[in-house]
Write a protein that binds this ligand. Structure first.
Ligand code: HEC
Ligand code: HEC
Length: 159
């Protein structure tokens, strides 16, 4: 909790979805405070998570999905978006603990948790009118955050 309070991007309730918005700045004029550290999403600091979840893609910041989504991802690592990302049980437990403790707040009112950041309602809204089909084609995947957000690994999603 104190971890979260130290960041002013603390979640806003998103009506309708039951999900919480991870960054206050996303909701309004996100260009107005460019360069302000308060807009940053805390990057992954846990060494084990950085190592194991940063091997194939950048380690995605815990705050970008609610705990239920991380639990769903961590509960099915052998079937991880077409890859086998299995880990020994002790590592699974430790990483799940880190991700859920630092997760975005929010409860899912209905349905199964979304296992992609790029499926979360706020993410879809944030990108819908900002990226052309041609740009998506160039970066290959929505999950390729770093292709567009150079500072993504440091938790900086301004661009
Ligand atoms: C063996 C390689 C590999 C490892 C290790 C791995 N991943 Fe992934 N991950 C992938 C692939 C492949 C995708 C799909 C990427 C795409 O759609 O372009 C993915 C996608 C994701 C996504 C969805 C991204 C989005 O928003 O579309 C999340 C969340 C994720 N991984 C979390 C994790 C976590 C947590 C760990 C550590 C426990 C981890 N990954 C370890 C290969 C891996
Ligand atoms: C094809 C380029 C592209 C990719 C790939 C991409 N984004 Fe973005 N993203 C944008 C654009 C453009 C915006 C809106 C412009 C802005 O906010 O500066 C944006 C906005 C955001 C914002 C809001 C920033 C703010 O301060 O308002 C976040 C957070 C974000 N993206 C996270 C991600 C994450 C996490 C991923 C990977 C799962 C990702 N993006 C992948 C282009 C991209």
């Amino acid at each position: 909790m104190s971890f979260f309070r130290s960041f002013t991007f603390a979640s806003l309730l998103m009506a309708g979805t039951g999900l919480l918005f991870p960054a206050a700045s996303f909701a309004g004029d996100h260009h107005g405070s460019r360069g302000d550290d308060d807009d940053r999403v805390p990057p992954v600091t846990d060494p084990l998570t950085r190592q194991e979840c940063g091997a194939c893609h950048m380690p995605f910041p815990a705050a970008l999905m609610p705990a239920a989504s991380w639990q769903a991802v961590m509960g099915d690592l052998s079937n991880h978006f077409g890859e086998d990302a299995s880990l020994p049980p002790a590592k699974v437990t430790a990483i799940t603990d880190y991700l859920t403790r630092n997760a975005g707040r929010g409860s899912l009112s209905t349905g199964a948790p979304l296992t992609r950041i790029s499926e979360q309602g706020w993410w879809v809204r944030e990108h819908r009118n900002e990226v052309s089909p041609r740009q998506w084609e160039q970066v290959g995947s929505k999950a390729n955050c770093k292709a567009c957000h150079k500072g993504a690994e440091q938790g900086d999603f301004e661009r």
